[in-house]
Design a protein around this ligand. Structure first.
Ligand SMILES: Cc1ncc(COP(=O)(O)O)c(C=O)c1O
Length: 383
């Protein structure tokens, strides 16, 4: 089966109703005490915080799309990332993380430092820096590529090669939220684990929060036993149902997000008030060659820098009429936001990483590209 066929059919081969049922139930009823034997073999459901048939369908589909053995769903992307890290590292262990990373992931790793876990924030786009940061106690390398919000890429395969060469037990995880498995499949490049904020493109409509981890069956069943069951960050079955519905159109949506983003990026690149555009699909993007090699497309996310400081940024953000001034990404609507004061507000040393007062992030939606461009054009004229 190919990508879209998998997204639509995996886990739904034998059923009378066309749309998947929603198991909006906290518990599952037993007939015999001996049914606990079935539970132990994973053949019967007990309680939704452990597992649920609607969640299982979502987990099966996303694992198939990423090419992993198993998946596990959480209440949000951050619930998934925190569950993964807590299942892999303990006090005295070491994590290497991409330096420019989603703000809450950065804060989570800072919090872990308070629990006795060492964290090195490294420019993972430079493979030699990753190699230099490796220690005897390194347990996890966490990559976000492209990074949020400057779209900087890490070469997943090159990082896997240097890390595994030194210590094959180090787990390499990739946050694949921006690209989705349609445009990037880290496991095929040698990574061990993929995490997602399913709140974004996987859901696609901005109406359900969720997080997913995909990896080996052993890792995922361990996470279910420990971090899911005992920390309890389970996804709501209705959200899983919405995300399953979203997955069925993921390929067509991603194609359109990318087509629109490319048109918007080219428009911005030519605009006299725009100083710089960060979009991996532009020939001017410093890692364009890596983007073509590592990804199957360039996605729908871009950032751009304008002249005129905070006041100019404010005028654009407040001046748009079709684009929505909001955080998050991956929705049908184009979203525009200001990383400096919003998503990356508490990020240390922002300017050094290119997160300036003049940086604006766009999640290009599914509207007609001409309308998005006209809207940005009139907003830029207000500067
Ligand atoms: C790249 C990335 N990873 C993780 C998250 C966290 O996901 P959630 O908001 O679903 O917890 C986000 C949220 O914006 C994100 O952009």
């Amino acid at each position: 089966m190919r990508f879209s066929t998998k997204a639509i059919h995996v886990g739904e081969e034998r059923r009378e109703d066309l749309a998947p049922p929603l198991h909006q139930s906290t518990v599952f009823v037993f007939e015999r005490l001996a049914d606990m034997e079935l539970v132990a073999r994973g053949e019967k459901y007990v309680y939704t915080r452990f597992s649920n048939p609607t969640l299982s369908l979502l987990e099966k589909k996303i694992a198939a799309l990423e090419g992993g053995e198993a998946g596990i769903a959480f209440a949000s992307g951050m619930a998934a990332i925190s569950a993964l890290t807590l299942s892999v590292v303990k006090s005295g262990d070491h994590i290497i993380s991409t330096d420019i990373i989603y703000g809450s992931t950065h804060e989570l790793f800072e919090f872990l430092q308070g629990l006795g876990i060492e964290v090195s924030f490294v420019d993972t786009s430079d493979t030699e820096s990753v190699e230099a940061a490796l220690r005897a106690n390194t347990k996890l390398v966490f990559l976000e590529t492209p990074t949020n919000p400057t779209m900087k890429l890490s070469d997943i395969k090159a990082v896997v090669d240097v890390v595994k060469d030194k210590n094959e037990n180090v787990l390499i995880a990739v946050d694949n939220t921006f690209m989705t498995p349609y445009f990037q499949r880290p496991l095929e490049l040698g990574a061990d684990v993929v995490v997602h904020s399913a709140t974004k493109y996987l859901c696609g409509h901005g109406d359900a929060m969720g997080g997913i981890v995909v990896g080996s069956a052993e890792l995922i069943s361990g996470m279910r036993r420990n971090v899911l069951k005992d920390f309890g960050g389970v996804m709501c079955p209705f959200n899983a149902w919405l995300i399953i519905r979203g997955l069925k159109t993921l390929a067509v949506r991603m194609e359109r997000h990318e087509k629109n983003a490319m048109a918007v990026a080219r428009f911005l690149e030519e605009h006299p008030r725009v100083k710089r555009v960060y979009y991996p699909g532009l020939e001017s993007f410093p890692q364009f060659e890596l983007a073509k090699r590592q990804m199957h497309g360039f996605g729908g996310m871009l950032s751009f820098e304008i002249g005129g400081g905070m006041e100019a940024a404010r005028r654009i953000l407040e001046g748009v009429r079709i684009c929505k001034f909001a955080v998050s990404l991956g929705t049908t609507e184009t979203l525009i936001e200001h990383p400096y004061t919003m998503t990356h507000r508490s990020f240390p040393n922002k300017e050094a990483f290119g997160i300036t007062e003049c940086l604006i992030r766009l999640s290009v939606g599914l509207e007609d590209a001409e309308d998005i461009i006209e809207d940005l054009k009139q907003a830029l004229e207000q500067v």
